[in-house]
Ligand binder design. Structure first.
Ligand code: GLV
Ligand code: MN
Ligand code: MN
Length: 412
């Protein structure tokens, strides 16, 4: 039997999953351990059960759905992505990899061929940083890049901990989430590109060779509040204005970087007390800074730090600099990429090698086993917004290539 994903079913499931959202369509919002996240998990497990596939959860809620192979002693091949979504996101980021992976497993089962190795679909917990400020929570713990103790220190904006929030279905202690190297023989993640290159070039598939190195940090500025009418300008220590200068310094450092791939974003800003007639006494920024070139990224970060200190000294502001994460880039496995490339060519899908400027759970899976990513185009490269869109043809090609690649890797 040919290996043919059921595209109508896959598109229908993407639609069903998109409807599990805290904001109305076309927006999708599913924050870690919110009612919507828990409902999406339940819905996914029901789809796996319907397909006759066994599933289990680990202590942080990573879900594993298994298609058994002939030899249970061999390390399985894995695929997967995430179903959580930042506020006002779209329907395709992460979900194409999870539901495309489920469809690939079902297509392999329907082909009548049982591969040597089992194939596991992983739904990673909290690839998005919305709840705890740190991305890839599930895969980070799996790879040991975040320890259980560090995970226990995390707090959300309501000061609730991971221990308080993780549901009863997450059995065991957080230490048990970490996997040893060699647990999987290979990992492949299907994802929308989230950039414009494939669409512009009219190409079907991106074979990802490298994933950019993300860093994130939280800055707290403490100044002095007071009456907006009564305190004259020379006597002010306005925390927000120091934060604003630092946000501009972040932009300038990215623009001045020797690498064209350096990007810096101040995505979170909070100002206290938040009253029009009161001078801001406290401000908080959360800043995301990335590059594929680690040296260029770290040089820009060092310059931002110097400038932030100088700005705060000049303005009489106390600065607290807290790293959220600072991760190295990942290099994808050339063996997996050439398996995928061979199948893409045989299937008649146009393709190119590329880098991922977004981060993904693959960044951490690459520390555990040979890893690669397959990208499909998305409209205008839009992502993290409600009008994110990938065409049925693009999704079909991605899921078909994923199925062929997984079957090949599972027979190796
Ligand atoms: C993942 O969503 C990222 O921010 O790259
Ligand atoms: Mn995302
Ligand atoms: Mn994603």
């Amino acid at each position: 039997m040919p290996l043919t994903p059921d595209i109508a079913r896959l598109l229908d499931e993407l639609k069903q999953l998109a409807a599990i959202s805290a904001h109305p369509a076309p927006a999708v919002t599913r924050v870690l351990f919110s009612g919507e996240d828990l409902a999406a998990r339940k819905w996914l497990l029901a789809r796996a059960a319907e397909a006759g596939l066994e599933s289990r959860a680990d202590a942080v809620g990573n879900l594993f759905i298994t298609l058994p192979g002939l030899d249970p002693e061999l390390p399985p091949v894995a695929t997967g992505s995430h179903t959580d979504a930042i506020p006002n996101a779209g329907a395709y980021d992460g979900t194409v990899g999870v539901l495309g992976g489920l469809e690939a497993l079902r297509a392999i089962a329907a082909s009548g061929e049982t591969p040597r190795r089992s194939i596991e679909l992983i739904m990673f917990t909290a690839e998005e940083p919305t709840r705890f400020g740190i991305g890839c929570l599930g895969s980070r713990l799996m790879a040991g890049s975040l320890t259980a103790d560090e995970a226990c220190q995390l707090r959300d904006s309501d000061d609730r901990s991971l221990e308080q929030l993780r549901p009863e279905t997450c059995e065991g202690d957080l230490e048990s989430v970490q996997l040893r190297e060699g647990t999987y023989s290979a990992f492949v993640e299907l994802h929308i590109e989230q950039g414009p290159e494939l669409e512009k070039a009219g190409l079907d598939i991106g074979l990802v060779e490298k994933i950019a190195a993300p860093a994130a940090f939280r800055l707290r500025f403490t100044g002095s509040g007071g009456h907006a009418g009564a305190v004259l300008m020379p006597h002010r220590r306005d925390a927000f204005l120091a934060a604003a200068e630092v946000a501009l310094a972040v932009e300038q450092a990215a623009l001045d970087s020797s690498s064209p791939d350096t990007v810096g974003t101040t995505g979170v800003i909070e100002v206290k007390p938040g009253a029009i007639n009161s001078i801001p006494c406290d401000a908080l920024l959360e800043i995301d800074f990335r590059d594929t070139d680690l040296d260029a990224r770290d040089a820009a970060l060092a310059s931002i730090r110097d400038q932030a200190e100088a700005i705060c000294t000049r303005r009489g502001i106390e600065l607290d600099w807290q790293w959220i994460n600072s991760d190295p880039p990942a290099t994808c496995d050339s063996g997996i990429l050439s398996v995928a490339e061979t199948h893409a060519t045989a299937l008649g899908f146009s393709h190119t090698r590329m880098i991922s400027r977004a981060y993904h759970d693959s960044l951490f899976m690459a520390r555990l086993c040979p890893t690669a990513m397959l990208f499909i185009p998305c409209r205008e490269g839009w992502s993290h917004r409600p009008d994110e869109y990938a065409s049925p043809e693009a999704i079909e090609k991605g899921a078909t290539l994923l199925a062929h690649t997984l079957l090949d890797l599972a027979n190796a």
